[in-house]
Design a protein around this ligand. Sequence first.
Ligand code: C2E
Ligand code: CA
Ligand code: CA
Ligand code: CA
Length: 279
Amino acid sequence: VQFYASEMNASIDEKLGLLEGLRAALDSCQDDDAGACQFELLYQPKVDLRSGRLFGVEALIRWHHPEQGLVSPDRFIGLAEESGLIVPIGEWVLRTACAQNVAWRAAGLPPISMSVNVSARQFEDKRLVERIADALGASGLPPQDLEVEVTESLIMRDLGRSVDKMRELEAMGVSLSIDDFGTGYSSLSALKSFPITRLKIDKSFVADLASCADDQAIALAVISLGHKLDLRVIAEGVETEQQRDFLRANDCDEMQGYLFSRPLPAQALARLLADGHGV
Ligand code: C2E
Ligand code: CA
Ligand code: CA
Ligand code: CA
């Protein structure tokens, strides 16, 4: 009993420590001294499977913890979500991503689209639409060049409200995509009513695509469903040429993954665009 109790305390202490750290990190990003900010956004290219061109990026957050070094989002997004800190952190993500996209084009690079992940708590925030409008307004990014990635499970939590909110974003000109598609439970009839432009095939179905008949069947089903609903279909987690070739041969539209590029710091992404990989 003693043993379990102390184990449990350790994990609670660890959580509290991380939470305190998260608050400090958020603080460090509130002033204009960008160098002090412990959060960073990396940008992973999204590539058109037919032309091979980079048409957009997904912003992925990184936390440079002063003592622990790099902390991956899998370790802190859940905690940020539970504590509500995801709302201000998400606002920082939105503002930074929009401003970065505008900075690239101001530097003469070809315009691309920017995708930002929005988690359940952020999506349910009453002011989400306003926050997005503010980030667009402050940066000057056209709404058409911002995409919001939401998961199916998030939408299904409160279907009616989710669809209303999606429609508000659509009316603003912002696009929506469904992340991790196939891992949740959206009914096909619900999917028909979503004002979305893209389905993203989760990387768990892409990993064994070259060898696993079940994963191939799932990928094919998502591609065909997406196309019947007039959506674009993107596969995430594409690491090998075999995976890419399978997707291309089966009419998937776009891909994202280490095969083309890992998530990159803003400057490295700018170099890719400058080297002519852009649209
Ligand atoms: P996600 O949205 O499903 O993002 C895809 C994850 O797959 C990213 O992990 C990305 O770095 C990784 N990835 C990309 N290509 C490959 C590949 O070829 N192979 C493999 N094995 N992995 C690949 P990351 O960056 O660690 O992010 C993890 C999750 O954290 C994301 O999953 C997303 O749910 C969440 N997240 C990241 N940034 C944000 C953010 O700014 N806001 C919110 N709310 N969530 C975020
Ligand atoms: Ca995503
Ligand atoms: Ca995923
Ligand atoms: Ca995810």
